[in-house]
Each structure stands twice: as C-alpha cells, then as structure tokens.
Design a protein around this ligand. Structure first.
Ligand SMILES: Cc1ncc(COP(=O)(O)O)c(C=O)c1O
Length: 388
C-alpha cells in the first residue's frame, strides 16, 4: 500500500479544480486575455493598501483577537447598517481568512459527517468540495435556465430534503450563473428551512455587484434574528482584495464564542495589519464599489452583445455578480473547448464542468476587466464560435 492510499478518503478524493487545469495550461501564453478566474484585473486601491502598510510599520505583527480587532468588527457593523438599513452589533461579526474560511466554519457548525447539505447548481465548486472533505454529502438542486433568466424552483429544493439534510447553501447573486434570488424566493427558501429545521448558509458576497441600481435582495431583509442563518462574506470581490484572504462571517451573537473557538483551533486569526486595510475598505470604499459595479455592467453589456450577435450562443443576461455562463451551439465537450479557446482564440475561459451538476455544456467567463480587453476577448471568442 502506498502512502497516498493511507490518506483519509475524503481528503484524497477531493475534486481537482477544473478552472486550474485550463489556467495552468494557458497561464504563460503571450497575449492571452485571462477570463477564467473569479477576480477583476485591478490591484487593491491604494487607500486600502496604505492603511495596511501603516499597521505593519506600526508594529502590528503580534497575535491578535481571534474574532477580529474590535475596530474592524465595528466597521463591519457600520457597513452593514449603511447597506442593509438596520442596526448591527459588532458581536455579530467574526473576521476570517477569506470567504472560504467562513464557509468552512459555517459547515463545522451546521453539519457533520454523514449529514447532507443542499446547494443550488450550477455552483461555484468550493462549497461542495469543502463539504465533501468534511464527510458531508453535498446534494445539488438544479436551477432552471428559462427565458426570464435562471430560476430556482423551491419545490425541487423541498423534494431534495431527506432526514439527513441539515443545511442549504444559497449563493445569490450566483457564481457562475448570475442567478439572483428575488425576495419571494428567499422567503420560500426560509420557510422551507424553518419547517425542516435546516441551517441556511447564505453566500451573498456579490450582493453589491447587482446591476439593478440597488443591491440584491438578502436574507437580512426578511429574517428574524433567531433564524438559523449564517452569512459568509469576503473582502475579495468588492474591494479587489482576492489575494489578501480576508473575509467575515455574520451570525447571531450567541454563536460568536463558538466561532471564536473555531478560529482559535484553525488559523488563530487574521494578521492585524491586514485588518487595518479591511477597515479602510469598509469605511472609505463605497465609491470604489460603485465604480467597479458600473464598469462590470458595461463589460457585461459588451460581452452579451458581441456573443449574442453570433446567433450561436445561449445565455441568460446575468443581473448580478460578474460572470457570463454560456453554451455554444454544437459544442460537445466544454473542457476540450476551453483548451481549444486558449490555443485558437488566446482567451482563457473556464469549462462549465468545473461548476458542479448542470454545468456540462457551458463555459464561464469573468467580465470584471478593462473594457477594451473585454471587447477584444469577446470578438476573439465570437470568431472562435463562428468557426464551430
Ligand atoms: C460564490 C463565492 N463564494 C465565496 C468565494 C470565496 O471568496 P474568498 O476568495 O474570499 O475565499 C468565492 C470566490 O470566488 C465565490 O465566488
């Protein structure tokens, strides 16, 4: 028996990212426009980086609060009050290593080995991956692609619930489809969760990346304080901070002590000087977000127009997030297509197969980029599509 055979199966068999496979293949191609990963092209704005640099220069290099420094938790409460229109207490927030640690801790609180957790698919793969590593069975419920956009049939969610189901992960606006739940759908999911005593893990990280002129609907708009909802969030997308690995989790304050312990026994906290940058992002970054969302909307419109004009592409115009999830007439194998697009069009897209059930036959591109590059990439893709 070799060493790898002795690794716990849940860890050994964790799926390899289907995005990385294409990115590794095309990463160094000269002139390639990379639209495969879920991030924009801008570095973190200076007002954020310099706040972190000041913290570092001031010697903030020691162990710090497990839950996050009080000033950052207070800034989170202010930010939520501004955007969600109600009062929040700093005790509701825990600072994490990116959205990903928030998801891992939410899973640790809500589900255990042998349990099932539902999620809406196609989906960003990391929730299902993290659930699997924890011995939890991730169960996809397929969204429907309709003439009015992607849609969630709550009857289908109800049908997927078994006695082992303990949680449902709801990502709205969604990566990769852009599906954005309306208030009624959120209400129906909440009722279902209440009835079946499920936790909701709410991933609303793209709530402000919504193109209707206002943020997307949130469970915060409709919930009672005692509802079993855990909100996972991140600094990554709103403030161009993907590489910082800073996020947060919001829950009822009675859970804070538990989450602090989970931080203690995993990462033992987030670097204090980086938390200074996060405070600047929250307190001074609203205009930056508005400019990013405006640019993303223009980019979305360019890519939808150019690809739509080929007459050979099917997609729903995404009302939120910054991805286009599309299929191409005649395309048989999304993975092979993504590799071919690297070679023939010098554009990096991710195969839909990287996004769980229901992703077969689709490609995903991230349009959160300089508009001239989005335009150029769209025309290159259109040429590739027309040649199929
Ligand atoms: C839907 C969704 N949730 C969470 C995350 C995780 O964010 P982070 O980079 O902060 O771990 C991502 C990142 O792509 C995402 O798309």
């Amino acid at each position: 028996m070799s060493l790898i055979d002795m690794v716990r199966a849940e860890a050994r068999l964790a799926p390899v990212s289907g995005i990385e496979a294409v990115a590794n293949y095309g990463r160094d191609r000269a002139g390639l426009i990379p639209l495969w990963s879920g991030e924009g092209d801008m570095p973190t704005p200076d007002f954020i980086s310099s706040a972190a640099a000041r913290g570092l220069a001031n010697g903030e290099t020691f162990y710090t609060w497990q839950a996050g420094i009080p000033e950052l938790r207070q800034a989170l409460a202010r930010y939520h009050k501004r955007h969600f229109g109600m009062d929040f207490s700093e005790d509701e927030f825990i600072v994490t290593i990116g959205g990903m640690q928030a998801i891992t801790m939410a899973l640790q609180v809500a589900v255990g080995a042998g349990d099932e957790a539902l999620y809406l698919a196609p989906a960003w793969p990391n929730f299902a991956g993290a659930a699997g590593v924890a011995g939890v069975k991730p169960v996809p419920v397929l969204l429907d692609m309709t003439d009015n956009g992607w849609s969630c049939d709550v009857e289908k969610v109800a049908a997927a619930i078994t006695p082992r189901t303990k949680a449902i992960f709801v990502n709205t606006p969604s990566n990769p489809t852009g599906w954005t739940a309306d208030r009624e759908t959120l209400q129906a999911i909440l009722e279902l969760a209440r009835k079946n005593n499920l936790w909701i893990i709410a991933d609303e990280i793209y709530a402000l990346f919504h193109f209707g002129g206002h943020r997307a609907a949130s469970f915060m708009d409709i919930m009672d304080p005692e509802d079993k909802i855990l909100f996972v969030n991140t600094f990554s997308k709103n403030w161009a901070m993907t590489g910082w690995r800073v996020g947060w989790l919001r829950s009822h304050p009675s859970l804070t002590r538990t989450f602090e312990n989970l931080v203690q026994y995993s990462t033992s906290g987030v670097a204090q000087f980086m938390q200074r940058g996060a405070i600047a992002a929250l307190d001074e970054g609203d205009d930056f977000i508005v400019s990013q969302v405006e640019r993303a909307q223009q980019a979305r419109d360019i890519v939808c127009k150019v690809l739509g004009d080929t007459g050979k592409v099917r997609f729903c115009v995404p009302p939120g997030a910054f991805y286009l999830f599309f299929s191409v007439d005649g395309m048989k194998d999304a993975e092979a297509a993504a590799f071919d697009i690297v070679d023939m069009a010098a554009v990096g897209v991710a195969p839909g197969t990287a996004f769980c059930a229901g992703g077969e036959g689709f490609l995903r591109l991230c349009f959160h980029r300089r508009l001239d590059q989005v335009e150029e990439a769209s025309h290159r893709l259109a040429k590739w599509i027309n040649a199929q």
